[in-house]
Design a protein around this ligand. Structure first.
Ligand code: SF4
Length: 406
């Protein structure tokens, strides 16, 4: 783990552990009518395939609760029922065998109703998320705090915790979502200082990509880097598969989950580029993604800096003088005509997966490294060596500041 994580209690949502040092999980929510069992299950399978560990479905009427009962035995990942306003639907979802509940303390206010749900959840052995949302905060708290400030969100969550405590229910995780990134971050920091229950992170109503993605990453990654957060959801106005993919990718990029798919890195291109890097990178991305291999591949616009700068990548491609230079861990292993370089990259990715890096380095074309070095020197002589600019600047300064000889 790259950073120390906050110590939290552990709970289980179906077969998925949350908190207590367990792997950070990815959540998403279906957009189908829950009563439409086949459509909802199809979406749940899509989400599971994209990396979601847990899925939430709305339970907004009796038909939805009945739908949950029907889909529970067929769902590939645990299902959480999202409850607003009507505590009876929470009880119905528990009866349906759901793996967890989300209650909004802003719109289920009756203390006895809340305690009845917690008691039933305790009897069923399922957890509840206290899902506070800045947009639906209890009016009394809004008035007391002068708006949906972090203190108001945390107070809402902790009031619900006290109700649960009264009936001995402690299988709890909490979210304090806000659509403003800074307020969201501050709310979770305050909550993390207040309780050791596991936290579900999210920026609410983040909107469509790319803005929604940027807001979600800004809020969620900031907290994860501080060790705060046990489960995450990107709330995007998009196909929920995008939420699951983004959540999973964020955890992988932060080193919090093992890489499960392609990580394509590519240089941003510059005046030295020998090919259209954007076009080559997007073709490589598309074709390599289809292989579903957990590897990091680099696409670099020139052989002058490419192999060196991307030496950490499992496999890479650098362009130069009408050719593609394939490299593994920074060592050039093959040089192919430019028109064939993406084909060669895809083939090498397959072979690397089958045979491993050592075998592919041993199978390298012995002339490839020499050809690459020749090309590199040729380009440097034509374009200058970008890596030597500091040296050059010093020489320029020396000349400019040299004292006159007479
Ligand atoms: S790898 Fe080459 S083309 Fe790409 S940004 Fe670096 S110097 Fe420019």
């Amino acid at each position: 783990m790259p950073f120390e994580r906050r110590v939290t209690r552990k709970l289980r949502v179906g077969g998925v552990e949350v908190g207590g040092g367990s792997q950070i999980s990815v959540q998403s929510m279906t957009t189908t009518k829950t009563a439409d069992v086949e459509a909802t299950l199809a979406q749940i399978y899509g989400l599971a395939g994209a990396g979601a560990d847990i899925v939430r479905v709305t339970c907004n009427n009796v038909e939805a609760a009945e739908g949950i009962a029907e889909m529970m035995p067929r769902a590939p990942i645990p299902i959480i029922a999202d409850i607003h306003f009507q505590h009876r639907l929470a009880l119905a979802a528990i009866e349906a065998g759901v793996s967890g509940l989300r209650l909004n303390p802003g719109n289920i206010r009756n203390e006895q109703h809340i305690k009845d749900v917690a008691t039933a959840a305790g009897d069923a052995g399922i957890p509840i998320r206290i899902g506070v949302n800045a947009g639906s905060l209890d009016k009394d708290l809004l008035d007391a705090h002068g708006g949906p400030v972090p203190e108001a969100l945390v107070a809402s969550a902790m009031q619900e915790v006290r109700y649960f405590d009264d009936v001995g229910f402690h299988d709890v995780k909490i979210s304090v979502k806000h659509s403003n990134v800074r307020s969201m971050v501050e709310s979770y920091r305050l909550l993390a200082d207040t309780t050791d229950y596991p936290l579900h992170l999210g920026v609410t109503e983040a909107g469509p990509p790319p803005g929604g993605l940027i807001k979600s990453v800004a809020g969620i990654a900031t907290l994860l880097n501080e060790g705060i957060g046990d489960t995450i959801r990107f709330s995007l106005t998009a196909d929920p598969v995008e939420e699951a993919t983004a959540g999973r990718s964020l955890l992988e990029y932060l080193g919090l989950r093992e890489r499960s798919s392609l990580d394509l890195i590519a240089c941003p291109s510059c005046g030295r580029a020998e090919v259209d890097v954007i076009a080559v990178a997007s073709e490589a991305n598309e074709r390599l993604s289809a292989l579903e291999l957990p590897i990091q591949v680099a696409v670099m616009g020139c052989v002058v800096n490419g192999p060196g700068e991307a030496r950490e990548a499992d496999l890479g491609l650098a362009a130069g003088r009408g050719r593609g230079h394939l490299f593994i861990k920074g060592e050039v292993v093959r040089v192919v005509p430019e028109a064939e370089m993406v084909d060669a990259l895809v083939l090498e990715a397959r072979l690397l997966d089958e045979q491993g890096a050592e075998a592919r380095l041993a199978a390298a074309d012995v002339t490839a490294a020499d050809i690459a070095e020749e090309t590199r020197l040729e380009l440097i002589s034509l374009q200058g060596d970008a890596n030597r600019s500091e040296e050059k600047k010093k020489a320029v300064k020396d000349v400019a500041t040299r004292p006159d000889s007479d």
